[in-house]
Design a protein around this ligand. Structure first.
Ligand code: TEU
Length: 590
């Protein structure tokens, strides 16, 4: 049985807002971009849904080279989104509704327009020179200038992670894009400046942080060449030397003791490329005093070719879903750590499109199946904007020109350079974009059947094209749906979140047990507290499945499912039929 202590941030439902695409109230200074007053105007909608904490992707002053993940001033708001007063107002409106704000803390790197970097690049003698990672060039045998090592850029695979700066004839490290120079955390002044940023926002009333690529802050100081995993590329992923580096734990403990513990906070660290259990437990175990939880990427990497770049595809089945989720569920219960639960964010395609089937026939069922899973697993639950509506990827008919993300643009450029005029290769690259691009989660939220889905005024052009399906898929239609036999996706999420809260001893804090270890189509599990228990059977396939209810399930009654608003009509033992993408929830003996 669980030993996890009760904490408000474990029970919280966190809703991620991607500000550019949420709602353009017209108050920001860039028509067609979402803004802070737009967010504030939807707090009742979010409260009604069951949201407790709002996580805002970055709204700070930024040249938007990477949609705000390139910050030019940590203590000011980009005029595109509004002002500091708008944030103060948002915080006070949240408080009125007993909700909280979580900011995105992007401190592995800044924008190249941040005053610190402008100063740093101005001269080798600058007092801020050592705030970033500068290295002299290397020269090859022909005397050509080369970057200090072979690391590739994360958002532009064909490029070096090092950017040459003519003025001082040195390279700076820029792991994501040239416009995002990495801070040098080895310098104690940098760490103090970051603490100062945290205090600024906590004192303003924010309740915590999602920490962007926080496991990248400590780099192996010898900066060795990375192993060659892609022989056809000049540069190679250097993860091994900058993910969970030698001083990460020291710096996280320090941040916690110096700043976070003086407030009542929620913290989640984004940690790509880490799977090592002991390493993860060192961060999320309560007694380690580092972060409350982290985002582990295993479930969103499920369709990547192992060891390859992200823009790849592979097949998977329910067996893998089960292995991934049950592994982390068990570990955190047994070792007093804590999970974050997510299947969508601004860096991923839509979950209905990735994990299930987004055709008109199955989109709603898929969204509800995933909702059943997400609302019944242990951990802090993260819902991404539009997920509660079952929004899906943009269609293949959209040309690659519609993709606005820097990663997509760089990928498309790279493929066109590598395979000019090669229809087969380029069609496949386009297909991969349609499956995997970050753009799919960044299309405007579909509020209504009005022009531009009600995201902005009719005479304004949204910064990103609205998905064509908005007349059918939108919040207003789903809110108003009045069908006794069928809940809309939005109504289903609302019910699921309420159920999670009502039975939090089971769903948030309870024990977890896998039922049926080997099924390739059905993921089934039991959750139990000392007082009550529930069973879930989730068919992740497009096939009708005859499923043998395991003895250990001890189902008393099937109480909810995604095919009907009422109770599923199925026997509680023996063989039951699970229709395509059908999921059912039953009460069970403890
Ligand atoms: O993302 C970090 C990250 O490495 C991935 O999620 C990345 O987007 C993906 O692997 C692309 O292949 C964070 C932010 O969430 C992302 O939006 C930023 O672009 C990135 O950091 C840089 O700040």
């Amino acid at each position: 049985m669980s030993v996890n202590k009760q904490r408000w941030w474990k029970e919280a439902i966190v809703y991620q807002v991607y500000p550019a695409s949420f709602l353009d109230s017209g108050a920001g200074n860039k028509p067609g971009w979402g803004d802070i007053p737009g967010i504030t105007s939807k707090l009742d909608y979010l409260k009604h849904l069951g949201v407790d904490v709002l996580w805002l992707s970055p709204i700070y002053k930024s040249p938007q080279a990477d949609m705000g993940y390139d910050i030019a001033d940590y203590k000011d708001i980009d005029p595109v989104y509004g002002s500091l007063e708008d944030v103060d107002n948002l915080i006070s409106e949240l408080k009125k509704r007993d909700m909280r704000l979580m900011m995105d803390l992007v401190v592995n790197h800044t924008s190249d327009q941040h005053a610190w970097f402008l100063d740093s690049r101005s001269s080798t003698q600058s007092s801020k020179r050592d705030w970033y990672i500068w290295k002299p060039a290397k020269y090859d045998k022909d005397g050509n200038r080369q970057p200090p090592n072979n690391w590739s850029m994360i958002l532009g695979e064909e490029n070096s992670a090092w950017t040459y700066d003519e003025k001082t004839d040195e390279y700076y490290l820029s792991l994501f894009t040239a416009e995002q120079p990495d801070l040098n955390w080895e310098n104690p002044d940098v760490r103090e400046a970051v603490h100062d940023v945290l205090r600024f926002w906590l004192d303003r009333g924010c309740s915590g942080f999602r920490m962007d690529v926080i496991n990248h802050i400590s780099k192996v100081q010898t900066f060795p060449d990375a192993d060659v995993i892609a022989p056809d590329h000049k540069y190679q992923p250097g993860f091994k030397y900058y993910c969970n580096g030698p001083r990460l734990h020291e710096w996280l403990k320090n941040m916690r003791a110096e700043v976070l513990d003086k407030y009542d906070t929620i913290t989640v660290g984004e940690m790509p490329f880490v799977r090592d259990e002991n390493e993860i437990l060192k961060i999320v175990r309560e007694d380690e005093k580092e972060l409350n939880m982290i985002f582990i990427f295993e479930q969103v990497d499920i369709d990547n070719e192992p060891g390859k770049y992200r823009m790849t595809l592979r097949d998977w089945d329910a067996d893998e879903i089960r292995k991934i989720f049950s592994h982390w569920q068990r570990l955190m219960i047994d070792k007093d750590g804590w999970n974050s639960l997510f299947v969508e964010n601004h860096d991923n395609p839509r979950s209905v499109s990735r994990y299930c089937n987004d055709s008109d026939e199955f989109r709603e069922l898929s969204a509800k199946l995933l909702c059943l899973m997400m609302t019944t697993l242990a951990g802090t639950l993260y819902v991404y904007q539009g997920q509660e509506l079952g929004m899906r990827n943009v269609p293949l008919e959209w040309s690659p020109e519609e993709y606005k993300d820097v990663e997509s643009i760089n990928y498309w450029k790279k493929m066109n350079n590598m395979y000019p005029g090669n229809k087969e290769k380029l069609d496949f690259a386009h297909y991969l974009l349609q499956r995997k691009a970050r753009d799919h989660s960044r299309t405007p939220v579909q509020w209504s059947a009005e022009p531009h889905a009600g995201f902005c005024k009719a005479d304004v052009t949204p910064w990103m094209r609205v998905n064509d399906d908005y007349k059918e898929v939108n919040a207003e239609a789903q809110r108003k749906q009045n069908d006794p036999d069928k809940l809309s996706v939005l109504q289903f999420w609302k019910r699921g979140l309420a159920n999670r809260k009502e039975h939090k001893d089971v769903f948030v804090y309870g024990d977890f047990q896998v039922l049926d270890e080997n099924d390739k189509k059905v993921f089934a599990y039991k959750r139990a507290s000392e007082k009550e228990a529930f069973v879930l059977a989730l068919n992740f396939s497009k096939d009708e499945v005859k499923w043998q209810v395991p003895e250990a399930a001890k189902v008393k009654k099937w109480v909810a499912g995604n095919y009907t608003a009422g109770q599923p009509d199925k026997p509680t033992s023996g063989t039951i039929t699970l229709r395509p993408f059908e999921g059912v929830l039953g009460t069970s003996e403890v």
